[in-house]
Design a protein around this ligand. Structure first.
Ligand code: AMP
Ligand code: FE
Ligand code: FE
Ligand code: ZN
Length: 282
């Protein structure tokens, strides 16, 4: 059971990196990727836990990016696997994204604070030091303040783009991000490319551009994709000679996604391992 997309408290998951690896081992996952948003800070703790729980570990990250599409552009997520976490170009971009995510969260909390009883301290209480801050932490602060019952309700109401509380954040251009991931020795896979319930998705021409820049694969099997969307994406992957992955996008108790609910074939994992600068820890 190979699950190549999960989150810990290094970003918006609810399990520590060590606990994430442990619950994955208990769930029967044989190889897990830790892919926190715009950070690799969970890697050392996850690696130590993977050794203890005898589970394979792919060190990765989920890079926020912006695809050049007509109008405003489209936010996309790129999974980066097995890259050098110290490579300056990619690190500069993720540092900039993380800084702006913090400023953006401050502005959203300020706006929300005009109508609801939440402060920046309430948000910080929902994070650890070094956490990549996202809307889920704002949701957690709203839950703790008794404003909404859970993250889902916060996302369905005040945290949606288009509300008066929503603020965007910096993200690098997607073609540049694919190149930066490759330059760092990483393997770039387009996360949930057809998840249209979250917002706009990119046209096939964008996937073609990313493939030309070095994209390695598409995350086809993901709970946010309908069966029809998966079939279409599988065809696109085949026509562009891209790998096909499947994963849970597990966030602990923060989302309904369960570990191993979608999985990746062993030969695809081997192809990713062969292209990455780092080893899969086994
Ligand atoms: P942000 O990156 O700050 O814009 O927040 C988006 C993140 O929120 C995504 O990466 C998801 O992990 C998470 N998310 C989106 N919708 C929900 C939801 N309904 N419940 C919990 N988390 C969500
Ligand atoms: Fe997330
Ligand atoms: Fe994502
Ligand atoms: Zn994710």
């Amino acid at each position: 059971m190979i699950d190549l997309h999960t989150h810990s408290t290094a970003s918006d998951g609810t399990d520590s990196p060590a606990r994430l690896v442990e619950v994955a081992a208990l769930a029967g996952v044989t190889t897990l990727a830790i892919t926190d948003h715009d950070t690799t800070s969970g890697w050392p703790e996850a690696a130590e836990s993977a050794g203890r729980h005898r589970i394979g570990l792919v060190r990765g990250a989920e890079i926020s990016a912006l695809a050049r599409t007509p109008g405003w552009g489209t936010g996309v997520h790129l999974l980066a696997y097995l890259h050098d976490p110290t490579h300056p170009d990619l690190l500069a971009e993720t540092d900039r994204t993380r800084d702006d995510r913090t400023s953006r969260a401050r502005r959203m909390v300020d706006l929300l604070g005009e109508d609801y009883p939440i402060t920046w301290e309430d948000l910080l209480a929902q994070t650890r030091s070094g956490t990549t801050i996202g809307r889920p932490h704002i949701a957690d602060a709203l839950v703790a303040a008794g404003v909404v019952p859970d993250r889902d309700e916060a996302f369905a109401t005040m945290l949606r783009p288009g509300t008066r509380y929503y603020v965007g954040h910096y993200a690098p251009d997607a073609v540049a991000a694919v190149r930066a991931i490759r330059a760092a020795g990483g393997v770039p896979v387009f996360a949930h490319p057809g998840a249209d319930a979250r917002g706009r998705v990119v046209p096939d021409s964008t996937i073609e551009e990313l493939a030309a820049a070095g994209l390695a694969g598409l995350e086809v099997d993901h709970r946010d994709h309908t069966p029809g969307r998966r079939r279409r994406l599988r065809d696109v992957a085949e026509s562009l000679d891209l790998l096909v992955t499947g994963s849970s996008d597990f966030h602990g108790e923060g989302k309904k996604n369960r570990l191993g609910e979608n999985t990746t074939q062993p030969e695809v994992l081997e192809a990713i391992a062969a292209q990455g600068a780092l080893e899969v820890l086994r």
